[in-house]
Write a protein that binds this ligand. Structure first.
Ligand code: NAD
Ligand code: GLY
Length: 359
């Protein structure tokens, strides 16, 4: 089993990564000072595959375990379904020592973390992420959220999990498209932090795409190490955590303009990474060879690398500049100087944005 510690003082916790460890969750939870009542939050898709394994392991260790299901989909990551979970917890008599377990992708992780943070002013929760994206990104770092009709992730808290429990075997049932989408975030870690890791990803494509367990453990571990280091430096996203947003300024604009329906998150971020690298190249920070390496690697992993041709240029620029980080008509972006080294808070205006989409 691989172990990473997220160092956050009294809020520190471990990320444990293994293959076939879902049936051991109950045993691990005995080490925590939590009560007997535990609820797994999941959706029917994920629960169909994995809920029994986790439920049985909890019951075996004497926990009073139950399952709360919400429908599958980003549109259900909202206040209404959060309220539904809160109601179930009250009905079941959950107290401040009771514990939640998020079993699913980022949607389940975000809403469960949010509920855990507000139920009786905060109860412990465990992340059991089952998508690659959730294993390398959303389950680590304590950002919780639900969506509002006026904006994605607009209602949320910082509430760190007590434990992140990763079973790479759970990725066996994940669709190829979702798997590739998660790989975009893995490649992002190479670009923002670690050129050797980037090379490793370029050189081991075949094994990664075969979902070889050892290699999955290795790439998830390195991704989680990098995310943990960033979060430990800047838990509340005040000055440095923004480095994780490489590819996201343009990626989010693409997601908004396509109503979050055409691209999966990692796919939009892949296009964003290419165009943000292109900007760095045009401005003379990133050399052309490195820009091409980023583009080629993403493409070889089956990810989109071109801006959709139907996107209206002025709507695109408006969408980027509408970002909450916009200051006096300029957006602060994270752009690569080289693979493994970033410029953060780089100010970009309309002129530069026009240059990248015009080529
Ligand atoms: P998701 O949770 O919607 O999961 C994608 C699909 O895969 C769903 O249909 C789900 O039911 C299914 N699925 C999950 N695990 C499976 C498995 N093992 N086998 C088969 N199917 C499985 O999407 P996601 O990409 O995991 O997460 C996206 C969400 O994460 C967004 O809401 C985003 O805002 C959030 N997010 C949060 C953070 C954070 O720091 N909190 C970071 C990145 C993304
Ligand atoms: N996914 C970005 C963050 O955790 O800050």
């Amino acid at each position: 089993m691989e172990k990473i510690r997220v160092e956050l003082g009294e809020r520190s916790y471990e990320i444990l990564i293994d293959s076939g460890n879902l049936s051991l969750v109950g045993e691990r939870l005995l080490r925590f000072s939590i009560g007997k009542k535990v609820a797994i939050v999941s959706n029917p898709t994920v629960a169909g595959y994995y809920a029994d394994r986790v439920l049985n392991s909890l019951k075996k260790e004497g926990f009073d375990a139950s399952l709360i299901l919400i429908p599958d989909g980003e549109i259900y990551k909202d206040y209404f379904w959060g309220y539904h979970i809160l109601t179930r917890l009250l009905e079941m008599g959950f107290d401040r020592k009771s514990c939640l377990i998020a079993l699913g992708g980022g949607v389940i992780g975000d809403i469960t973390g949010f509920v855990a943070s507000i139920y009786m002013r905060g109860i412990p929760y465990v992340q059991i992420p089952t998508t690659l994206l959730a294993q390398v990104d959303s389950s680590v770092g304590g950002k919780t959220a639900v969506n509002h009709s006026l904006g994605k992730n607009m209602i949320g808290t910082f509430w760190q999990p007590a434990l992140v429990w990763i079973d790479v075997e759970s990725l066996d049932s994940l669709s190829e498209r979702e798997f590739f989408s998660g790989l975009a975030e893995v490649i992002k870690y190479g670009v923002i932090w670690d050129s050797e890791f980037f090379e490793f990803l370029t050189n081991n494509r075949e094994k990664i795409l075969r979902r070889d367990k050892d290699i999955l453990i290795a790439i998830i571990k390195r991704s989680c190490e990098i995310k943990s280091e960033v979060v430990s430096k800047d838990e509340r996203d005040n000055f440095f955590r923004t480095i994780l947003n490489y590819g996201h300024s343009i990626g989010h604009a693409i997601e908004t303009l396509t109503n979050y329906s055409l691209y999966l998150h990692g796919e939009a971020i892949s296009i964003g990474m290419v165009y943000e690298a292109k900007l760095a190249n045009m401005l003379g920070f990133l050399d052309t060879e490195e820009f091409e390496k980023i583009r080629k690697t993403l493409k070889e992993y089956g990810l989109p690398v071109e801006m959709p041709s139907f996107i209206d240029k002025s709507a695109f620029i408006k969408a980027i500049l509408l970002d909450k980080k916009n200051i006096h008509g300029k957006i602060r972006m994270v752009i690569p100087e080289s693979i493994g080294k970033m410029k953060i808070n780089f100010e970009v205006g309309e002129e530069e944005l026009l240059r990248i989409i015009n080529g």
